[in-house]
Ligand binder design. Structure first.
Ligand SMILES: [Cu+2]
Length: 586
């Protein structure tokens, strides 16, 4: 629903978040959708444009929501980042919220939007593509978007309630892996309500072309490996919204929150004729968990000159792990070799780094064994989207947020009063994520996601973190790239999938971000595995809170108070024609 796009009074996009029944793999599930579907519509904007304005309506009857622009830097617009308790009051049922932000030059790439309240993110997401202002640096004929997701039969409420319950109830792995919202499934109508027509996602291409395939990790849990039948290699060109020098790879690794683009050269008619088929499987398998999930999508050649044959979107998946094998778990993948396309792009120099901040995500248990809770802490604190009662950024705009930098600096960067990591505007910090063995001596691989801007990934390591280990790992890194979602590995000893343990509290892996804190605002820093985040695996960066940008004119009316926007805004913007109801002045 995008009436009169471009008219002076209209938002660039209107998104409506609502409850609806989905049946990705033919099994019905009450879900949260955006404009009626999962994924929601693919939004496109151009880098360097004045701004993007998206009006988001909460059409749900009883649930709050927010919408986060995953990977988008929020220079000058921290109030548009879309996180409850941190950047805004949640959007109350019946309310709307205006997100308006700029897309800086150089930000062209692949992003997503998703809700940031409760477990609704499992289906409430969509692709957000920032197009180049000029021709892209790589030649391709066309592009395709592949959004990877997890499909659970349990409701959002049951999933998160179990994670917070005593005794703790794990979500388990998803019942299906979706691609652009689709998966083939054989629904059991004696157990669940079923729909018909579900199928493996089909991505159509023409022969003899070059495609940019944009892959978006919108899974709630799964870290997916992916490879293509009879298409043994492709070239990586983008990582999390930044172009990289082409890097050949035979398979892709996509964690929750990560995005990649690769160039795929499609086969000629002669090659297809020789292979005797026009539809090819893409194999998807999860890694780094005790059990593996399996999924697929299909690359289909659009041609009338050959009979359609090959992968069948309406059939049970064959054992693709036999025909399109994917490797076992191994840390780092190609990340030490990938380099930025812009050769002038380099992290701030060591001499600029003022201090090191540690983020020690640790899984703990409490209570008797028959009613045991399991949760994640950072610096001894379990993050909750219910706290603080007034969001950090609202507190700051009210003039009521006091930052104690000295207390934080004395405590590895963490301030125990505000439960945050305060950083002065302009400071350069190294943020070290530690992978710490749990109370039961186990470890997992975590995709840590930073809001606000993209730091440089300086180095990855296994084992204990030390200055010597950091220096050695940096020497191993060809050239740091920027990204917003980075793996923190560990193992193999102690990894959940390896069925071994190590002593509780032992650090078994780490990753370092280097951040120039030039984007004032309150920004989340959290594991993008939604169950871990629900269990408390997150914290908040408070950057230069003394130097926040002013609120746009008229915006305070909807921003400073919960439940402040009209319940009576017409469902269609056509009904508003003639009224100037916006804060944009151009
Ligand atoms: Cu995690």
């Amino acid at each position: 629903m995008q009436p009169l796009v471009g008219a002076a009074w209209a938002p660039d996009h209107i998104l409506r978040i609502a409850n609806a029944t989905l049946a990705a793999d033919c099994t019905e599930r009450q879900s949260v959708t955006i404009n009626g579907t999962s994924p929601g519509p693919t939004l496109r904007a151009r880098e360097g444009e004045d701004s993007v304005w998206v009006r988001v309506f909460n059409d749900m009857e009883a649930e709050n929501t927010t919408l986060h622009w995953h990977g988008i830097s929020q220079y000058g617009s921290p109030f548009a980042d879309g996180t409850p308790a941190t950047s805004q009051w949640p959007i109350a049922p019946g309310n709307y919220f205006d997100y308006e932000f700029k897309l800086a030059a150089g930000s062209a790439g692949t992003y997503m939007y998703h809700t940031h309240v409760g477990f609704s993110v499992v289906t409430a997401y969509g692709a957000f593509i920032v197009e180049d202002s000029d021709a892209p640096p790589y030649d391709y004929d066309d592009e395709r978007v592949v959004v990877l997701g997890d499909f659970y039969y349990k409701s959002d409420y049951n999933l998160s309630a179990g994670l917070l319950a005593a005794p703790f109830k794990w979500t388990n792995d998803p019942q299906a892996l979706t691609v652009n919202g689709n998966a083939y499934g054989e629904c059991d109508s004696e157990v669940k309500a079923c729909q018909s027509g579900c199928h493996t996602e089909v991505v159509s291409v023409e022969p003899d072309r070059t495609y940019r395939i944009r892959v978006i990790g919108a899974t709630a849990l799964s870290f997916l490996y992916m490879a293509l039948e009879d298409h043994p290699s492709f070239e990586l060109i983008e990582v999390d919204g930044d172009y990289v020098n082409t890097h050949k790879a035979s398979f892709l690794e996509v964690a929750s929150g990560q995005r990649y683009s690769f160039l795929l050269r499609t086969k000629s008619l002669d090659e297809l004729r020789a292979l005797g088929k026009t539809r090819f499987w893409a194999n998807l398998e999860s890694r780094w968990r005790t059990t593996r999930s399996y999924g697929a999508w299909i690359l289909e050649y659009n041609t009338t000159e050959l009979p359609g044959d090959g992968a069948d979107p309406y059939s049970t998946l064959p054992h693709l792990n036999k025909t399109i094998p994917l490797p076992d778990e191994a840390p780092f993948w190609v990340m030490n070799e990938v380099t930025p396309l812009d050769a002038t792009q380099a992290p701030p120099d060591d001499s600029e780094v003022s201090r090191t901040i540690f983020v020690d995500g640790t899984q703990l248990n409490s209570g008797p064994s028959d009613a045991q809770k399991t949760f994640w802490q950072t610096h001894g604190y379990m993050y909750s989207e219910e706290m603080p009662a007034t969001p950090y950024l609202i507190q700051a705009y009210q003039g009521g947020l006091t930052i104690d930098y000295d207390a934080a600096i004395a405590n590895e960067g963490y301030d125990n009063t505000t439960h945050s990591l305060p950083v002065r505007a302009g400071e350069v910090v190294d943020i070290v994520f530690l992978n710490v063995a749990s109370a039961s001596g186990t470890l997992e691989a975590h995709p840590w996601h930073i809001h606000g801007k993209h730091p440089y990934v300086m180095a990855y390591g296994l084992g204990e973190f030390s200055e010597e280990a950091y220096a050695a790992a940096r020497a191993n890194m060809t050239a740091p790239i920027k990204r917003d979602t980075v793996m923190v590995y560990a193992g193999p000893e102690g990894m959940a999938y390896s069925n071994t343990t190590i002593p509780q509290g032992q650090v078994a892996g780490w990753t370092v971000f280097r951040l120039r804190a030039d984007v004032p605002g309150a920004f989340m820093l959290h594991c993008h595995i939604q169950p871990h985040f629900t269990m408390g695996m997150g914290t908040v960066l408070l950057i230069g809170m003394e130097e926040l940008p002013p609120l746009p004119e008229g915006f305070a009316d909807q921003y400073m108070t919960y439940n402040a926007t009209s319940q009576d805004v017409p469902a269609s913007f056509f009904a508003l024609a003639g009224e100037r109801v916006i804060r944009r002045t151009s």
